[in-house]
Design a protein around this ligand. Sequence first.
Ligand SMILES: *Cc1c(COP(=O)(O)O)cnc(C)c1O
Length: 357
Amino acid sequence: MKRVYNFNAGPSAMPLDVLKAVQAEFLDFNHTGMSIVEISHRSAAYQDMQDETVGLMRRLLQVPDDYHIVFMQGGGSLQFAMHAMNFLKRRGGYLNTGVWSDKAMKAASFFGDVYEVASSKADGFSYIPKADTFVVQPDTDYVYMTSNNTIHGTEWHGYPSFDVPLFCDMSSDFMSQPVDVSKFDFIYAGAQKNIGPAGVVVAIIKDSLLAQTKEDVPVVLQYKTYVEHDSTYNTPPVFGIYFINKVMHWLEDNGGLEGAYRRNVQKAGIVYAAIDGSDGFYRGHAAADSRSLMNVTFNLPTAELEAAFVAQAAERGLIGLKGHRSLGGCRASIYNAVTEEGCRALAEFMEEFRKNH
Ligand SMILES: *Cc1c(COP(=O)(O)O)cnc(C)c1O
């Protein structure tokens, strides 16, 4: 077996130690004589595991006591509609910084008025707008933001604050760095970028927000349902939650979120240095002050060279470097599980490819 350097944007690289741990106990979960995918979600063995997962996440992220953590299905995309179904009464404000926030705003528009608090759309979502450009309209229920723009490779460094509740899609930088959860009323993240397989979404919801839920929402689409039933109103995505449990242990064993952040700064520095030191051969998509630590987006002089770059990289075992179909170009996703060694291998290949072309 040969493992590659995996730069996929999502689903994406998972820590090798976690994959091995999952494999090792796949046939016999915690001495039950059954696999985790075979046991009842009403069993004590399952519940203990879920409780531990929530506890680990709460500790790592230092989630305050007046927030609940729940697990749901439907991916990030269901959250685009669900946050509005539950909380959009008059008007929702959106910090429109990428394709995902754009989609969230469109999905929310079925449930009430939506508008842009700020937007970088006209400039290809290449930067994070500055606070002095924000306009919050009267009767705004919440402001919605996307902490890391997976497709464009931009990331908020420091979060804004408003007089209204702040919602955040953290799908692509969740648990990659310490975060002050108390700045937000609602956070969600699809697992498949940083903490697990596709099929499970984590939501962190403040109790005071939950109390303002709209009532005319189908039960399975109310956040309240997930909170009141401790994520087991219906069958939860058990395997995904179990996998997250292993990733939380891995994070805790490796210096927590401070450790993750230190490694991520180091790793991103290696790849951005390859761009910045290329005499313009590689051009970063993101403005320098908005660069993402998770997704490095760049172009080469021509589309032909980009195709050759991606193909030759793959031959070297550097996988997943093609940019998102909506943006083109190249993208290296360097989530928590991508190693510094992988980033060095990429930077060396970039340098070599440049010299050859
Ligand atoms: C990947 C991604 C999504 C979409 O997630 P799905 O689970 O495919 O619906 C939403 N938001 C962000 C920031 C993402 O990176």
